[in-house]
Design a protein around this ligand. Structure first.
Ligand SMILES: Nc1nc2c(ncn2[C@@H]2O[C@H](COP(=O)(O)OP(=O)(O)OP(=O)(O)O)[C@@H](O)[C@H]2O)c(=O)[nH]1
Length: 592
């Protein structure tokens, strides 16, 4: 038995990219724990597997000599970050710790990064399981051995391969600001992530993984794991299931206190809180009794941490992820608490920002936190599918960059899907996705592109600096309008601008521009073009050989100097400097 029974079993969730081996790892851990325990020592659970400390000690042989006061580890059987974000306790993740599975041969994938972000935001301690080492070319299997012992038996090439692949993972993690190393080289587990190379198929490295998890829990989490065995049960609904002959049942992970038959309990439905009485508590039958009629074994009570099936009246409509509390004379307090947990997201909403919708409160919070870390404000965050009303409300957001709805893992209702097809109905931009960071990337890419387009439009209307010289023998018409040949000395000459002399005196309005009889809108430095000037007569306001500036309004100079300077070529920058120097001779603050 555990030396200190007051610490409860830490709850562990396995996460990682599709097909990287989450289920295989869980199966292996389950299988090995059955094999390593004395018959009957294993307690069966619903929706979860408890690996008792004795099993971990047996598996790890001499490695497991360290004093341990944690009763074991409880693995949630459903892997993935959806489970992680849906299963909540006290406004945070239900899982106390996590294992992030990374296929050592494939390295990081989109969902690996997403899981990392979720874990970082939830401040959940975790370990990296670098799986499938048995697939490394030339690997010699040493079934169920510790990683180090099996690694030392490999040839140099294989060793080098493992090292390189591990370093690739270290490198990727460092890009994401995590400091990590192979577990046996980590001195401070609070600062550095441990990477445990292992194989779910051969069991190599599994003892190391379990020991590291135990070590982490007992060194850094003892406070959080203090158990109130005597208190009323608190848990999270893992699944709502119809069972033959039993009706609607709840699979519950109890993380605190005790739960007994006859207890009054409170759980949430989509719209309300249900208070009901526990009819029975069920555990799966041990393997050897599987043939008996009843698939479940009835128990009178359970203490945390445990996975248990609960039957009771009125459970229809209860939702997975709901809080589960035993009521002991504090009914109102408990129902209020559940209502709060179901609706309250622990994030800061911004005054100006986008709208987000997600399938669960946990997912909503994860998305919100990630957006916050990227300094993207969220004005409204809600659980549920995207409705027409959501779009109508998003439409009222003034800033077009925020007139956006991110829909994470939740469907668009038909009426909403209908109107987003037609830009006449709604200008709301909707992004849908199942991977948080990809969803955010899509939005950011769109937003930056919109910004570029808007800037481009604005900049197109800015009068560009240019300096020109009237060429000799090129006066085609004296006046009304004057038509003359000019050379662009610098900058960018565009039509429809006012021309002035170098001392600021007005000349006239450059109306049109031609190059070899073709109308053009723009001429760069060095070009010789014919221009028409309204309001000027050659010989009066201007003469052949004169140099002229394009007159730039003061507020355009501000935009040019403050926002566009980097986009201007050297020649244009030089003309701008010359022009502003002329203006600032009489007014040093002109255009500033
Ligand atoms: N050789 C080898 N194959 C493995 C190992 N772990 C998993 N696999 C294989 O990899 C594939 C995917 O493994 P799963 O455990 O189903 O992966 P998963 O991450 O649970 O997949 P999803 O639930 O679809 O996200 C299966 O074909 C497994 O047999 C391992 O350690 N070694």
């Amino acid at each position: 038995m555990a030396e200190n029974p007051k610490i409860r079993t830490p709850i562990v969730c396995v996460m990682g990219h599709v097909d990287h081996g989450k289920t295989s790892l869980l199966d292996r851990i389950r299988g090995s724990s059955v094999v390593s325990s004395e018959a009957g020592a294993i307690t069966q659970h619903i929706g979860a597997t408890i690996v008792p400390i004795e099993a971990i000690r047996t598996m790890s042989g001499s490695m497991g000599k360290v004093p341990i006061n944690i009763p074991g580890l409880l693995f949630i059987d459903t892997p993935g970050h959806h489970a992680f974000t849906t299963l909540r306790a006290r406004g945070g993740a239900l899982a106390d710790m996590a294992i992030l599975v990374v296929d050592i041969n494939q390295g990081f994938q989109p969902q690996t990064i997403e899981a990392l972000q979720i874990l970082r935001n939830c401040k959940t301690p975790f370990v990296i399981a670098a799986t499938k080492i048995d697939r490394i070319h030339g690997w010699r299997v040493n079934e169920n051995e510790s990683f180090i012992s099996s690694f030392n038996k490999q040839n140099e090439r294989v060793k080098g391969d493992v090292e390189n692949k591990t370093y690739e993972i270290v490198g990727k993690l460092s890009e994401l600001d995590f400091s990590a190393d192979r577990f046996d080289r980590v001195a401070d587990f609070q600062r550095n992530l441990a990477i445990v190379p292992l194989s779910a198929h051969t069991g190599e490295g599994i003892p190391d993984l379990l020991l590291i998890m135990i070590g982490l829990a007992q060194r850094y989490m003892s406070d959080e794991l203090k158990l109130l065995v005597e208190g009323p049960g608190a848990g999270t609904v893992l699944e709502v299931k119809e069972e033959r002959g039993l009706g609607t049942t709840l699979d519950v992970i109890l993380y605190d206190g005790t739960l007994a038959v006859g207890d009054e309990i409170a759980v949430a439905t989509q719209v309300d809180v249900v208070v009901t009485k526990v009819r029975s508590l069920l555990k799966p039958r041990p393997m050897q009794e599987i043939l008996t009629e009843d698939r479940f074994e009835r128990v009178k009570s359970v203490a945390a941490a445990a996975g248990i099936k609960v039957t009771a009246p009125n459970l229809e409509g209860v939702i997975a992820g709901s809080p589960f509390f035993v009521i002991r004379g504090n009914r109102d307090e408990v129902t209020e608490k559940i209502k709060r947990e179901m609706t309250e997201i622990h994030v800061n909403l911004a005054e100006e920002g986008i709208v987000i919708k997600a399938d669960t409160i946990g997912a909503l919070e994860a998305l919100c936190k990630e957006l916050e870390s990227k300094e993207i404000g969220v004005m409204r965050a809600e659980v549920g599918p995207v409705s027409r009303l959501d779009l109508v409300e998003t439409e009222t957001i003034k800033n077009p960059a925020f007139r956006v709805l991110l829909s994470f893992n939740t469907p668009l209702l038909p009426d909403a899907a209908e109107i987003i097809k037609d830009p006449l109905y709604t200008q709301v931009k909707v992004f849908e996705g199942k991977v948080i960071y990809q969803l955010i990337d899509q939005y950011v890419e769109w937003r930056d592109e919109q910004k570029r387009l808007m800037e481009k439009q604005r900049f197109e209307h800015v009068v560009m600096p240019a300096k020109i010289r009237l060429l000799p023998d090129c006066v085609f018409r004296q006046s009304n309008p004057a038509v003359v040949g000019v050379r662009v000395l610098g900058g960018k000459l565009r039509s429809d601008v006012n021309l002035i002399k170098l001392d600021g005196k007005k000349v006239g309005h450059l109306k049109t521009m031609q190059l070899r009889q073709e109308s053009i809108r723009e001429a760069d430095e060095g070009l010789e073009v014919a221009i028409s000037i309204e309001g000027a007569t050659v010989g009066r306001q201007v003469s052949v050989g004169d140099d002229l500036f394009v007159d730039i309004p003061e507020r355009h100079v501000k935009v040019l100097e403050k926002e566009m300077l980097k986009t201007l070529n050297t020649s244009t920058q030089e003309v701008l400097a010359e022009f502003t120097a002329m203006r600032r001779k009489t007014d040093p603050f002109w255009g500033k």
